[in-house]
Each structure stands twice: as C-alpha cells, then as structure tokens.
Design a protein around this ligand. Structure first.
Ligand code: ADP
Length: 167
C-alpha cells in the first residue's frame, strides 16, 4: 500500500491546500495530512483546531474518497513518515520562491530516510497567489476571506479572528 504524507502548518487550511489534497489523494492509496504542531511559528489556530478544520473540510468535499486521515505530529518529518509507513511526501510548489527551500528540505529528508521521496504538485493557477499567511492577514483586518478558504470553515475562521480582535 502506497502511503503518502502531506505535511504543513495549515494555519488555516486554504483552497490551495484542498486542491493539493484532492489531487494527491488520487495518487496514493492512503493520504495522511500531517499537521505540524510548530510551536516556534506560534500558529493562530491550535493544533486541535487546525486538525478539526481540515477534518470538516474533508467531510464536506464530496469528490474526496475515504483514504484520507488527519494526524498531528511534532519533531522530524521523516520520523513521522517512518512511524506511519509513508514513502511519499507531498508538497505544493507555488512559485520559484518556494523551490529553493523545498529542494533543500526534500534532499535532506531523502538523505535522512532514503525510502522516502518527495512529490511536488504545481499549484493550480487560480490558487498560486494564495497562502495561509495572506488569509490570516486579511482576516485579521476583518476582510473578506470567503474566496480563499473552503466554505465549510469560513464562519469558524471569522469567529476566531473576531475573538482575537476583541481580546
Ligand atoms: P508550511 O509551514 O510547511 O509551508 P503550509 O501550511 O504553509 O505549511 O503549506 C503546506 C504545503 O502546502 C506546502 O507544500 C505549501 O507549498 C503548499 N501550499 C500552500 N499554499 C498553497 C497553494 N495556494 N497552492 C498549492 N500549494 C500550496
């Protein structure tokens, strides 16, 4: 069984991520979405919230099969890959600026664990500008994020930023 892992911060999950999830899940038998706990990046959404948002998006995306699971992890990606039996790491490439960093990480991961290979999906053109940080910035100022993230989580994401603003 080919198991792939799509790791990321997903703070929060966007339509760009969902596009990669849909395409990658067709390529492998099982796709694990690995939510990085990432304390150093100080995410806006807690690990549990990010997992829950992705699970909700998956449940409300009919074209997805039942071969996807969302799991949070901490520490080295290759250790997590070993633990779950994944041999494919899925990443998205938006622009040339992503490339240098991603190449280095992919080569490092392959050195650390030669059984694992990174597969890159080039972003769909309609999402190439999109990132979680853009969503956070727009939402932080109360702007319209409905065209950036899946409909099923728009209200929760707004609520989160509203509660942050009123703190
Ligand atoms: P990280 O902090 O690991 O970069 P992200 O949640 O920002 O985590 O991104 C996870 C993965 O999704 C990365 O491979 C990133 O390049 C990819 N990605 C992010 N946004 C998009 C997008 N709009 N289209 C395609 N891939 C994307």
């Amino acid at each position: 069984m080919k198991i792939g892992i799509y790791p990321g911060s997903f703070d929060p999950v966007t339509l760009g991520h969902l596009d990669i999830i849909i395409r990658a899940s067709r390529l492998v038998d099982k796709l694990i979405i690995g939510v990085l706990q990432n304390r150093s990046k100080k995410p806006v959404f807690s690990t549990e919230e990010r997992v829950e948002l992705i699970e909700r998006v998956i449940a409300s995306t009919p074209e997805l099969g039942d071969n996807i699971e969302v799991i949070s992890f901490d520490g080295l990606l290759v250790d997590f890959a070993k633990k779950i039996g994944a041999t494919i790491i899925v990443r998205g490439l938006r622009a040339i600026t992503d490339f240098e960093y991603e190449l280095q990480i992919a080569q490092t991961n392959h050195k650390l664990y030669p059984k694992v290979d990174t597969v890159f999906f080039t972003t769909s053109v309609e999402y190439s500008y999109l990132s979680s940080s853009t969503v956070r910035e727009v939402a932080g100022f109360g702007g319209d994020i409905s065209q950036f993230i899946p409909e099923s989580i728009v209200h929760s994401v707004y609520d989160k930023f509203r509660s942050i603003r009123s703190d």
